[in-house]
Ligand binder design. Structure first.
Ligand code: 3PG
Length: 208
């Protein structure tokens, strides 16, 4: 069955947000996350290695569902799709970016931080969104508040989520999953400490 944006939110309680400097690390890192129980992986387009990393994960880790994050330019959307991304995530959204992401046919989680941004997307039938930057933009109290007038939106809060607050986010009715970079600490990736990453993923997978 085709993956929907709601389906992306339902893949796991946590979407690891990954910054990769070396595409060689992509496959063992993705395997560690999948083995730990986190199949959805957001590779951010913040490094030159990102698209190659997406290509490799898509080709070599069949149980992973690899997506592209930090999609901020319209051309990022098509490039990510061509690399094999199965979903797209953006930290914010403009109408041009939204059109470009929709044109790929892939599910996408556009970033929002205000009611007006969320309503603009609702007007186009989009109900699954990233809430970014979650902690800085108001965190759990904000999500509770916006769930009053806009209960139809399901969020993936990202930005400042940690093992210490993830379970509280996940307990909210309008949170589908959370995103975060804590699963793949830079020193563990550099050292190739895949067992540490697998353990972090396993702890996160057990959050709900
Ligand atoms: C993102 O790109 O969504 C954030 O940079 C991830 O935020 P975190 O590093 O606070 O988890």
């Amino acid at each position: 069955a085709e993956l929907s944006a709601d389906g992306v939110l339902d893949l796991a309680p946590v979407i690891p947000v990954v910054v990769l400097d070396d595409a060689e690390a992509a496959v063992p890192l993705a395997r560690a996350l999948v083995d730990g129980g986190l199949p959805a992986i957001e590779v951010t387009l913040r490094t030159p290695a990102a698209l190659d990393a997406i290509v490799r994960i898509a080709a070599e880790v069949p149980d992973a569902v690899v997506g592209a994050g930090t999609v901020v330019r319209p051309e990022d959307a098509e490039r990510s799709a061509a690399a094999g991304a199965r979903f797209l995530v953006s930290p914010g959204c403009t109408s041009r970016l939204q059109v470009a992401m929709a044109a790929t046919g892939l599910p996408f989680l556009p970033g929002v931080a205000t009611a007006s941004e969320a309503i603009a997307l609702l007007e186009d039938g989009i109900t699954a969104m990233k809430f970014f930057p979650a902690e800085a933009a108001g965190g759990i109290p904000y999500l509770k508040s916006i769930g009053g007038p806009l209960p139809q939106i399901r969020f993936c809060p990202t930005g400042g989520i940690s093992p210490g607050n993830a379970a509280d986010y996940l307990a909210l009715g309008n949170v589908g999953c959370v995103g975060g970079s804590w699963l793949t600490p830079a020193d563990a990736v550099r050292a190739g400490d895949w067992e540490r990453i697998r353990k972090l993923a396993a702890e996160a997978a057990a959050l709900r």
